[in-house]
Design a protein around this ligand. Sequence first.
Ligand code: COA
Length: 372
Amino acid sequence: MSSAKGLEGIVATQSAISSIIDDQLTYVGYKIDDLTENASFEEVVYLLWNLKLPTEEELNAFKTDIVSNMEVPEEVIDHLRSYDISKVHPMAALRTAVSLLGLYDKEADVMEDEANKRKAVRLQAQISTIVAAFARIRKGLEPVKPKKDLGYAANFLYMLNNKEPEDIEVEAIDKALVLHADHELNASTFAARVCVATLSDLYSGVTTAISTLKGPLHGGANEQVMKMLTEIEEEENAIPYIKKKLENKELIMGMGHRVYKHGDPRAKHLKKMSQELTKLTEQPKYYNMSVAIEDYIKQEKGLPANVDFYSASVYHSLGIDHDLFTPIFAMSRVSGWIAHIMEQYDNNRLIRPRAEYVGPEMQEFIPIEERK
Ligand code: COA
């Protein structure tokens, strides 16, 4: 038996949800470029969950369903209030709160298809409310209830800032949500599938996925990109800073990808948004620095920018706290996790690979009193 480190190149399941073929990403066969330009996030969630695009009527009903399920049990909000806010990262708060949501959902352990669909809507809807509520609570502000006439992206910004967002802000968040919604068998999605393949429930699957997304090699990278841009501070420092990091064999966050070797098709959309928004908010330096770093890493290491790289300056331009970047990723990717969880339930088999054993063999057991 031989192993592939990091399971590189291993095809672990069949899926009809999204595909990455020749550096092209599609959701249910639709190009990510077309979806980003033309579809709303809710339309994409419907697509991922039903494997077909909705009609106008279906989309309106779906949007109403989502918005009517956005309110979170008061016990969960009270729990968020009890955290030591100076120490708790919003991803840790989100992981805990989503697990807690399961305790207040009477259908949490009901495994029938229809119950899972209802839970899917509740989870998708409530995750954004939790992110916004925690962001406010830790600033000593009261959480804001969702507004029935706003879509998912607009509602998130409204619940975050207690004011109706500008169209350009809604558009940026909506597009970012579309771009992050699903990505084949990425680490958090795989983790979710492994979890529910034991026939564990939806809340457990999504909690597992959030825990996996949190790491800096996965969803946590976008926050780290902004940390790097803030440390660099001025455009002229960018290349010397990166050179030093490379000399020290440190990773440049937002660069490189396990699957894409020539370019992440999502990055260009975020790059365009970053250019527009940093200009509008009079902080073009963040865009300029990012371009300089991208070009340099490409030339020096042959590595492309990934989805996290330009999302950092996009969210920063919208005035969003840097540690909320990964929770926003989770608000989007939960749609993909749920699609994959449902697909796993539909055709389940326990996921249980093998390990290539490399430890000592056939050791003689020595009683404890004789051990040195
Ligand atoms: N900065 C500097 N060097 C990098 C790099 C980065 N971001 N990503 C990869 N490399 C280098 C590795 O050091 C390795 O070099 P070596 O062959 O000289 O040892 C080579 O490129 C191959 O990288 P490897 O670690 O095998 O790639 P992987 O497929 O295991 O990892 C990532 C993929 C995404 C985890 C990795 O590129 C990374 O850590 N990127 C930064 C974190 C990030 O942005 N994550 C979000 C992904 S969407």
